[in-house]
Design a protein around this ligand. Sequence first.
Ligand code: ADP
Length: 243
Amino acid sequence: MSAVFTSDSCGLTYPDGTQALLNTSVSVAAGEFVSIVGPSGCGKSTLLRMASGLIAQTSGALSRTGTVQFVFQDSTLLPWRTVRKNVALNLELQKIDQQIIEERTTAVLDLVGLLDSAEKLPRQLSGGMKMRCSLARSLVLQPNLFLFDEPFAALDEITREHLNDELLHLFQNQHFASLFITHSIQEAVFLSTRVLVMSARPGRIIAEHAIDFPYPRHPDIRYQSDFAEICGKISADLKVAHS
Ligand code: ADP
């Protein structure tokens, strides 16, 4: 499958001399869900910002096909706008014809199962619905790559599992290419086609695991022995990464 994002031996040193990334090679193909795990401060967010084009690599080559969108959890939904108006916002900013905005917004709300809640305000939504709304807001722009920066880090375990189930469901329907940063090995394995492990700073990829569980995945794969086995392998890599 064709790559939507490739960083080829990219390094990134901030202006103050902090070397955040070193020879980082990452690629995401269309339809792939790639997660990155690594120690705090190893350069994961830097890698996402570089992938988005917000900051530029200082060495190596980077290629991107099409557009990228960050997906945030719920904090960036505008509380005074309805679900429909939140999803339409980015299209309105692009001055697209109102009728096309309506059509595209309706189609995406249907896709994420929020059509019945289109006139609700964010505070009336459950955590799962807020996430679907955030994702819908990005989906409506039809980006080629979605970037997730630890979207569920602040949540309790049960809520997190629930949102993982929802995100997996959406991915299985849409197969949007994703680069997903997380501290949770279980979350990474559960969702991803591939999991990459980053070293401590300066960050580089030290291990790569293809996750072979076929999609659609059942939530109960979390309790299978082969699931625990792959999590164990990644955990061992992370111990090396920390050292
Ligand atoms: P992670 O997401 O893995 O926790 P970051 O990408 O946020 O790591 O940060 C990697 C390193 O770069 C850290 O040491 C951090 O302090 C540093 N860093 C992040 N942003 C900047 C910046 N704008 N200027 C200088 N150093 C930065």
